[in-house]
Design a protein around this ligand. Structure first.
Ligand code: FAD
Length: 424
């Protein structure tokens, strides 16, 4: 590290943190030193975890990409440590090395800070989850689910859905709606792919599954037109659907109890929880009342403009989607390049609107593709279902791993173009 160069410290190295690191290097070139801190040394390719278990692969084997190597290719320093505290006034971050237990805490300093620490998936807030709940958001839980399905499931009713998302309102821009669920692509995807898996294994099918949502409409960020098409297709296959459940009160052996007083009988409960901010982010001068980081559309905190956030940790990332985290990482890269004189303000500050892009597995080599910005006030609402979106999902993952996280600029437009223009 050279004393003369501005020092960019990035906290978190999954989709948003790695994306920001690579975009900063691409645009600011060698004008900055970049250090990235994560508690683990690999990128977890979360969106394909459900698909992997339903196709018989262990996501711990197939979905982890070496993060250190990806960063080293761009001369980005990696430090494996748990972030414990951030002091934005003193420009200091407290970290504890996490390669081995027993390390003391150290202080790191920065000129620019990028907070890309994601969120805490708060299963531990749901009463009865450990005893009766299942999920798919990491390899441990996904493997636990497939083992249950293979060995213990008796063919009874299955409920799939989300607990209520508790979004902060401080600093929320007017154009951003309030979401009752953080990310509802996964419950839709899991229901469809699981139904196919049940059929293949003679254990049932869509009729076993009830999809539920805390909101008035599941996956409403995808747009009403898209969701109506998806729900029509699901109900014609035999799925049941319950909305306005408000929140999960508790899980029991018999089923799920909801805040609106409803109950669903279910042998298997597959849950996506509240996306909660990390506890140490709450109460910071850059955070909203729950702990998400407040930014403007340049992904900068208005009071501390050398503090950036992107991905799930940012308050404006609603829904919580890796695709939106990537769009924000691009913005962070441009802003830091502008700071160090490597990009014109006109280009760096170009206005943008988030876009929901989601490809969900449906089982049997088919998937759905959603591209929409209606949640943010735009008029795009595209849905495709069939074999081509499935191929896109697999190719996108393959390109991501092969390019060490650097999907070429044409990657996403190509995926969009082919999924939207060619029919399966
Ligand atoms: C089952 C499932 C399917 C999904 N499918 C899609 C999809 O199809 N498309 C899509 O766009 N999105 C999808 N998502 C959402 C997507 O996974 C997230 O939006 C995305 O992972 C957010 O990226 P991120 O980098 O902001 O945060 P994360 O992926 O949560 O990464 C945060 C990083 O910070 C690190 N970290 C956290 N705390 C600390 C700490 N204290 N110290 C050090 N390091 C720390 C973590 O180790 C991690 O590497 C899905 C989510 C789930 C659960």
């Amino acid at each position: 590290m050279t004393a003369s160069k501005p020092n960019v410290l990035i906290l978190g190295g999954n989709f948003a943190g790695l994306g920001a690191a690579q975009k900063i290097r691409q645009y600011a070139k060698d004008k900055v030193d970049i250090t990235l801190v994560d508690q683990k040394a690999y990128l977890d390719y979360i969106p394909n975890i459900p698909l992997e278990i339903f196709e018989g692969r262990d996501p711990a084997v197939t979905m982890h990409m070496d993060l250190v190597d990806a960063l080293a290719r761009d001369d980005i320093t990696f430090r494996q440590a748990e972030v414990e505290a951030i002091d934005v006034k003193a420009q200091k971050v407290t970290v504890r090395p996490s390669e081995r237990p027993g390390a003391p805490s150290y202080v790191m300093t920065y000129d620019y800070l990028v907070i890309a620490l994601g969120a805490r998936l708060a299963y531990d807030e749901i009463e009865g989850f450990a005893e009766y709940g299942h999920t798919v958001s990491d390899a441990f839980h996904a493997n636990r689910l497939i083992e249950f399905l293979e060995n213990d499931y008796k063919g009874g009713p299955i409920a799939v859905g989300s607990a209520r998302f508790k979004q902060g309102l401080k600093g929320k821009p007017d154009w951003l709606p309030i979401a009752l669920a953080a990310c509802e692509g996964p419950p839709v995807e899991v229901s469809l792919a699981l139904a196919h898996w049940l059929q293949e294994h003679d254990k049932g099918g869509p009729k076993n599954i009830t999809l539920f949502t805390p909101g008035a409409l599941i996956a409403e960020d995808a747009g009403e037109k898209v969701v109506k098409q998806l729900l029509d297709a699901a109900s014609s296959m035999g799925f049941s659907y319950i909305n306005n459940t408000e929140d999960i009160t508790r899980l029991t052996a018999e089923g799920i109890e909801f805040a609106n007083g409803q109950k669903i009988k279910s042998e298997l409960k597959i849950i996506l929880p509240n996306w909660a901010p990390h506890a140490f982010l709450k109460g910071l001068p850059v955070s909203d009342e729950v702990g998400f980081i407040i930014t403007d559309m340049k992904m900068r905190n208005p009071d501390y403009p050398n503090v950036f956030a992107c991905g799930d940790a940012a308050a404006i990332t609603v829904p919580k989607l890796g695709a939106i985290g990537h769009q924000e990482a691009e913005v962070v890269g441009r802003q830091i390049a502008k700071e160090v004189g490597m990009m014109e303000a006109e280009k760096a500050d170009a206005p943008w609107m988030p876009e929901v892009i989601c490809i969900g597995d449906m089982g049997g080599g088919k998937a759905f593709y959603i591209h929409s910005n209606s949640w943010f006030g735009g008029d795009i609402q595209d849905l495709e279902m069939g074999r081509l979106p499935y191929a896109q999902k697999m190719i996108y993952k393959e390109m991501f791993f092969r390019s060490h996280g650097k999907i070429p600029n044409w990657g996403l437009p190509l995926a969009k173009w082919s999924a939207e223009t060619l029919k399966a």
